[in-house]
Design a protein around this ligand. Structure first.
Ligand SMILES: [Zn+2]
Ligand SMILES: [Zn+2]
Length: 282
């Protein structure tokens, strides 16, 4: 029986096919990178191919929705109409609509698993926010946050950029404290004990601050905050949240799926040594 609920990952796929972007694409987010070597081109091809698919496999559904103002010619037309309709629908009607979406998903998308998997492997989307117009009176300053023992904070936490008016450095410490606290959950109780050039009213492009109150054990440190060094055969160089294994020798991480596809036999609780480390160098 078709579920009456549409999960997040299904929603991601349905929206991608219907509108050519993720459901948060309406806020200007576009593809940044995919896992397992999925590129912008393969992502676009998957979306376009599914979107332009004819509706012959789901004619009974098309029959129900053909009151659409725009002609329903391909998957993209049908899904965008259904998803838009779903927005203003509640109760029984919404459950019926979800079931129909499931039927389309099952009969069309699921039979093109390669393209669906490509869409699922794209989780990193970004939005470019242009820097504010710089005036000569302003300076963009990067603050590196250190703990009281002078250690830089790990991962992506604790490096913050802001634009400050050169002639107005009053309460600089207070401003930077608020900036750091508002940006990182792990630093929401951070207090600055010392800061570069303190008391000199002098701004530099790169400055450091030291302080107490960083909670690096909290659950919301940063995405990709595992601090892994990644070099996978698929080309991944970032921790994308997929399952990975660390090489015992070089300490670099690789996707488990990529290794299995490459013929590696990975056993539970057994060590792993990557191909580069097992191949003798000449
Ligand atoms: Zn990989
Ligand atoms: Zn290795």
């Amino acid at each position: 029986m078709a579920p009456s609920h549409v999960s997040r990952s299904h929603k991601q796929q349905l929206f991608s096919v219907a509108f050519g972007s993720t459901w948060f694409g309406r806020w200007g987010y576009t593809f940044l990178r995919g896992s397992y070597g999925v590129s912008r081109d393969t992502y676009t091809t998957a979306i376009e191919s599914l979107g332009s698919h004819p509706l012959t496999e789901v004619e009974e559904i098309v029959e129900k929705y053909k009151k659409s103002l725009t002609p329903l010619e391909c998957m993209k037309d049908l899904l965008s109409f259904m998803l838009q309709m779903r927005c203003g629908t509640r109760g029984r009607k919404k459950m019926d609509l979800n079931k129909d979406l499931w039927t389309v998903y099952d009969k069309v998308l699921m039979r093109r698993k390669n393209h669906v998997q490509t869409i699922l492997n794209c989780k990193v989307f970004c939005k470019e926010i242009p820097l504010r117009q710089m005036s000569a009176e302003c300076l963009t300053v990067t603050f590196v946050v250190r703990d009281a023992d002078d250690n830089e904070l790990p991962g992506m936490v604790g490096c913050e950029c802001t634009t400050l008016p050169v002639n107005d450095v009053a309460d600089l410490k207070g401003r930077v404290t608020r900036l750091i606290q508002d940006t990182y959950h792990a630093l929401s109780n951070f207090t600055i004990t010392e800061m570069e050039g303190e008391g000199t009213d002098e701004l530099k492009e790169n400055m450091w601050v030291k302080g107490d109150g960083a909670d690096m054990d909290c659950n919301y440190v940063a995405e990709g905050g595992r601090g892994w060094l990644v070099t996978c055969i698929c080309g991944a160089e970032d921790d994308d949240g997929e399952d990975m294994v660390e090489c015992d020798t070089c300490k670099k991480w690789k996707h488990i799926e990529c290794l299995i596809n490459d013929g590696f036999k990975l056993e539970d609780n057994a060590g792993f040594i990557c191909l580069e480390c097992t191949t003798p160098r000449h």
